[in-house]
Design a protein around this ligand. Structure first.
Ligand code: 5GP
Length: 179
């Protein structure tokens, strides 16, 4: 692994592909045990989660369904402020066990908005599987049920995560170089 430059920023190697694979395997094993009889619907939150989701779900061996969503924000009326919308969900999810698949949970704001949307749809339960979590930045009370790795409050790219559209295709994770 070598340093990479994406646009105006340089990133240094941080998490190897082997370490990533190992923690993804461990997470899948836990999910296989915990949700064996729930027939969960995995909701993969695009774009960043595509690589993690593909690796995770290859190791998930229990009966399940998989669907993909995008979150879009728009400014509603002045009384409601920013509204988050879920795009792409075609399944009926009432009464189901949902596993939200996220690349990274930082402050938790995005996750909280998604949770609100899912709860409104009267799901049975929502579990959250995030490959990365930044505990120092996390401000919410919701439990992130499955976490691949906890990282400090630094900006990372690779393994699905981008910097200004670039870097998603890298199989390792890189962190912004400290000056
Ligand atoms: P939140 O603060 O709402 O938990 O995080 C929202 C989003 O910010 C994440 O889904 C991700 O798209 C982006 N994000 C947060 N931290 C990082 C990071 O370290 N690297 C990259 N590439 N995106 C991040």
């Amino acid at each position: 692994m070598q340093r990479v430059t994406l646009k105006d920023k340089t990133f240094v190697p941080y998490i190897t592909a082997d370490k990533i694979a190992e923690s993804v395997r461990l997470m899948a094993q836990k999910i296989n045990t915990d949700l064996a009889s729930d027939m969960p619907l995995f909701l993969v939150v695009l774009n960043g989660s595509f690589m993690f989701a593909a690796d995770l779900l290859k190791e998930v061996t229990i009966p399940c369904e998989i669907s993909f969503i995008k979150l879009a924000s728009y400014h509603g009326t002045s009384s409601t402020g920013t509204v988050t919308e879920m795009i792409g969900l075609t399944e009926e999810i009432k009464g189901r066990t949902i596993v939200v698949v996220e690349d990274i949970v930082d402050t938790g704001v995005t996750l909280e908005k998604l949770m609100t949307l899912l709860i409104k749809k009267e799901v049975k339960q929502v579990k959250v599987a995030s490959f990365l979590l930044k505990p120092e930045a996390y401000t919410k009370a919701m439990v992130v049920d499955y976490v691949g790795m906890e990282i400090p409050n630094e900006f990372v790219v690779g393994y699905g995560l981008d910097y200004d559209g670039l870097g998603r295709n890298m199989k390792e994770i890189y962190v912004l170089e400290k000056k």
